[in-house]
Design a protein around this ligand. Structure first.
Ligand code: NAD
Length: 358
């Protein structure tokens, strides 16, 4: 198979973990006889420094003509004082919109060998944890009308949450289709006791559920969902939610798997085109110190192989390599526990160990 992949290493730990993606693809290509052509481009803070724009047009063009996009992470302290519309993270929002990536899949899987890194009590996670957050990514409050106005109490700011039936319907179909391949249960999360937009969300999700009689559906308010995630996370299979609630809940779900450095994600369009990225950000606090966990990035490569290229065996091979390295006790600092037989390794060594197992 010949595939062209655009790689955006980005800022902070992005370029460090992106090396994990490059080396994984090289090894998978050699082992299974594929040719993965990788074009590396700029976006985010590094692109602002190089050419004054968070998303240069050449980067967008490269993404549009590729078969898939891999992204490290974007942003950092250096650019924190720029105005909102000039910040590095605008590149992410633009990429999602321009590439029509309306569906974010964020699996939260607790690896057996990482059970001790989970902050929840052992009895809560007994039997393991495996849930999938399906988050709407190109609508809602992050893309709604925003602005300032004068009020009697001074300057006021607003951001509008707006969802159309069509937007809710297409993300609901993604969630129900995913549930069909899993434990056949969808929990839709909203705030329908307060928000009109949530009441429409709930109505449309309920309509779509009729097309999937094998899948059970329940609805939770977001405050309850946030609580249930730490009290009884095993009740969840697929969590379906909007952009804002999904942002928060998927980060919460990530923590219960031990470390945000373990979590991959896929952002998909209707055609199946995808941008794959770790859930974590650019972690400026540990950048350039060989401390970043590259597993989320490498597991994002596995998701790309599985979902966009249909290479199931290759994806399994990458996931198994990560599991083997964990089983052997190698840990980057975020998942390392002192006083155990675990072996502390840096980013580069972790990448070497994983690619050796492929
Ligand atoms: P973050 O995810 O970068 O870091 C949160 C914490 O998790 C930090 O303590 C960090 O050290 C740790 N961490 C993150 N990834 C890790 C890894 N792979 N290995 C070990 N530890 C890891 O979130 P933040 O600090 O809120 O944001 C930092 C910057 O990243 C901000 O500029 C933010 O806007 C940006 N950001 C970008 C993305 C993205 O590119 N998709 C996502 C989230 C945040």
């Amino acid at each position: 198979m010949n595939k062209k992949i655009t790689l955006i290493p980005g800022d902070g730990i992005g370029p460090e973990v992106a090396q994990g993606a490059v080396q994984t693809l090289k090894k998978v290509g050699e082992k299974f006889g594929h040719n993965f052509g990788i074009e590396t481009v700029l976006a985010g803070g590094c692109a602002i420094d190089a050419c004054g724009q968070a998303l240069p047009s050449e980067t967008l063009e490269s993404c549009k003509v590729s078969d898939a996009v891999l992204l490290g992470a974007i942003g950092g302290w250096k650019w924190d004082n720029l105005p909102g519309d000039k910040r590095p993270e605008t590149a992410l929002l633009q990429l999602r919109k321009e590439l029509s990536l309306f569906a974010a899949l964020r699996p939260a899987l607790l690896f057996e060998d990482l059970a001790d890194a989970c902050p929840l009590k052992p009895e809560i996670i007994e039997g393991g944890l495996d849930l999938l957050v399906v988050r709407e990514l190109t609508g809602g409050i992050y893309y709604g009308e925003r602005g300032y106005k004068e009020t009697a109490l001074g300057k006021a700011a607003y951001d509008i949450e707006l969802y159309s039936e069509g937007e809710v319907r297409r993300i609901a179909h993604v969630a129900f289709s995913m549930a069909m391949k899993r434990k056949r249960h969808v929990t839709s999360v909203d705030k329908a006791n307060v928000l009109e937009s949530s009441r429409l969300w709930r109505e449309v999700v309920t309509q779509v559920s009729k097309e999937y009689p094998e899948v059970t559906l329940n609805h939770l308010y977001v405050d309850n969902a946030a609580m249930q995630l730490v009290r009884s996370p095993r009740q969840f299979d697929v969590i379906l939610t909007g952009n804002l609630f999904g942002d928060i809940l998927s980060d919460e779900a990530s923590v219960i798997t031990g470390s945000i450095g373990m979590l991959p994600s896929a952002n998909l369009s209707e055609s199946g085109f995808g941008m794959y990225e770790p859930v974590h950000g650019s972690a400026p606090d540990i950048a350039d110190q060989d401390k970043a966990n590259p597993m989320a990035m490498i597991l994002s490569v596995a998701m790309m192989l599985r979902y966009t290229f249909g290479l199931t065996q290759e994806a399994d091979c990458v996931e198994n390599a990560v599991k083997s390295v964990l089983k052997l006790g190698y840990r980057t600092p975020d998942i390392y526990k002192e006083g155990t037989s675990q072996k502390l390794v840096g980013t580069k060594e972790s990448i070497r160990l994983i690619t050796d197992k492929l």
